[in-house]
Design a protein around this ligand. Sequence first.
Ligand SMILES: Nc1ncnc2c1ncn2[C@@H]1O[C@H](COP(=O)(O)OP(=O)(O)OP(=O)(O)O)[C@@H](O)[C@H]1O
Length: 401
Amino acid sequence: MRKRRELDQKRFKISSENQTYLVEMIQSIKDIKLNNAERQKRWIWEGIQAKLLKFRIQSLALSQYQSLGSIAINQTKGILISYFSVRAVIDDEISFGAMMSIQYIVGMVSSPVESLIGFMQGYQDAKISVERINEIYEAASEEDIEREYLRVLPKCRTIELRNISFRYFGSGSELIFDQLNLKFYEGRTTAIVGPSGSGKTTILRLLMRFYSYESGDIFIGNKKLDSIDFSFWRDSCGCVLQENYIYSDTILRNIVIDDDFIDSERLEIAIRVSNLSGFIDNEPFGLNTKIGTSGKGISQGQRQRIMIARAVYKNPSYIFLDEATSSLDANNEKEIIENFHKFCVNRTVVIVAHRLSTVRYVDNIIVLDKGKVVEEGTHNDLVSLRGKYFELIKNQLELCD
Ligand SMILES: Nc1ncnc2c1ncn2[C@@H]1O[C@H](COP(=O)(O)OP(=O)(O)OP(=O)(O)O)[C@@H](O)[C@H]1O
């Protein structure tokens, strides 16, 4: 059993590696062609297949040993019983007829014994599978089930990060934030700007509670974010992240993800704000047009607009946008930003952006560098400061002037 479990664990690991690799290959097929990397990638794939084959042979050998063992036990038992019953006949202890009866009974019993051994093997396999499924069932929940969580937002909706220290698991010992302090004021739009890798997206991920921080706290008004129910909090947030996913479903079901009942008023607002009506009207099935892997292909700009509509449909109190308009053409971007400004009144909004067009008119800009706040203020304040913000956007300013 122990050997079987060990083999199964190894096979599971290598099968997962195989699957991850295949998914990555399918997703990056154009890039592989572009870089003429077919041969190199195929070698890696063949290496994984060879490892898989090795484990398959090992588990096949183990099954053979087990069934050989059961045959050997069965045959030895038959030989021993024949031997002793023959000896008993020779010693005149039993009659020849009795010996024949014993042989007959033993023959009748051996088939159920073989089935029992087969059953034991099947039972071991089933037990290993159940153990693996249980690992998922028994995985700790995001929330502590013993604790009571708030299902109402505090009156004050300002978000405050106090002394947050955070590092990604497995990325060495490097802290992404060391005692970071930040405020996103209620009812205002704050933009986070900064060089690539400065930690902008990570802040949004922490706000969405995808990761836990090492120390410090995030406050919503006077309540710790930790004390608010996870799903309630995520329901209160409309989020457009770079990792958002388009499902293989209709446009409608990509905007309205989890509601059985579709609120037509909210849907209309979502389509209007994200400027999607032209795109939807041009499709023969309108909102019911299938998109995603098994549907109609969509452009990056259309994808972003669907994500914006998804966030708006939730009618959230908080909006977090990560480069949400980076793939839009200038006209679409302008219209969507204007629509969004109207929609965001009285909502707390955090925008991560590189484009000046997105951050220029926000209430507050936070400039992040290597996980630290280096400047903060309005666009005009920061431009006249001629510091880091100015450095970041000066090329775009020249284009605008
Ligand atoms: N999933 C992850 N695992 C490990 N490290 C990560 C992960 N995501 C980001 N990082 C690291 O965290 C740091 C901050 O990354 P983040 O994506 O927050 O930066 P960013 O300012 O949003 O960058 P960009 O403008 O390029 O999107 C980077 O050094 C990056 O290498």
